[in-house]
Design a binder for this molecule. Structure first.
Ligand SMILES: [Zn+2]
Length: 52
């Protein structure tokens, strides 16, 4: 995704951005912590991470 919008705004829109190193597979999908707002997030599809 082209970064035209600041991540702080994307977080408010429930579009998060976890650190790749902190992403884990939990049996149902990929989950991690957003590096910007710290929420638990889950991968919905490629490049789309939403609040868990
Ligand atoms: Zn976030």
């Amino acid at each position: 995704m082209v970064r035209l919008i600041p991540q702080a705004i994307l977080c408010l829109l429930d579009r998060h951005d976890p650190e790749r190193e902190n992403v884990t597979w939990d049996g149902a999908g990929f989950s991690g912590n957003c590096r910007h707002c710290g929420l638990d997030v889950r991968r919905e599809k490629h490049k789309v991470w939403r609040r868990d």
